[in-house]
Design a protein around this ligand. Structure first.
Ligand SMILES: [Zn+2]
Length: 198
């Protein structure tokens, strides 16, 4: 669909660049400058997104009532300490992360929690799950193959009512142990590369 009145962004940019002397004399030049500066800022911000905050682990402070705080903590990547907004305990991030990991090894999670949705057609919705957070990406095709070959077996089942059980039932979703998946990833070849087709 083209007609002489439509123009591409690139053509418009070239036109503006060639006519700066005319634009400078325009009564609305300063507003135009402000608008373009804002536009450039928006584009740069979209392209150079700030890195997402780092997952630091789950707050493992025991509250005065004897319960585990359990708040999931996130902090900018350059931080070494973070304070839980819930119980106000300050944690050393590396140590908390390691404790969370040790505790989570034996826990079972659904496929989506473990490896994310890996939807490539919508960058906003894309996620790599816990394994992505651990910097241990697992491609969904590798995951499916391990399940198919019964190398990865369900440890628990998530019932539609949110309960976790040891036996399957209609509508229940399988949950796999994080430690089992990490072990398979460490010991199986060709799954570390995101571009590898399996
Ligand atoms: Zn806390």
């Amino acid at each position: 669909m083209s007609n002489k009145w439509t123009t591409s962004t690139a053509a418009l940019a070239r036109h503006l660049a060639k006519n700066t002397h005319i634009i400078a004399r325009h009564p609305h030049a300063s507003q135009l400058h402000t608008y373009i500066t804002q536009l450039i800022h928006t584009i740069e911000h979209t392209i150079n997104r700030p890195p997402p905050p780092r997952f630091c682990g789950q707050c493992d402070t025991t509250t005065p009532t004897g319960h585990l705080c359990g708040h999931a903590l996130y902090a900018p990547r350059e931080h070494t300490e973070t304070t839980c907004p819930h119980c106000h305990t300050t944690h050393h991030i590396d140590q908390l992360y390691q404790r969370t990991l040790d505790a989570a090894e034996h826990l079972a999670f659904t496929r989506e929690t473990l490896i994310g949705n890996q939807r490539t057609h919508d960058a906003e919705l894309y996620s790599e799950g816990l394994m992505g957070e651990l910097d241990e990406f697992v491609h969904w095709q590798a995951f499916n193959r391990w399940v198919r070959e019964r190398k990865l077996l369900p440890a628990m089942w998530l019932q539609p009512n949110g309960q976790h059980t040891h036996t399957p039932s209609p509508g229940a979703r399988p949950e796999y142990r994080l430690g089992d998946l990490r072990y398979l990833r460490r010991t199986t070849k060709h799954q570390n590369d995101k571009t590898t087709s399996l």
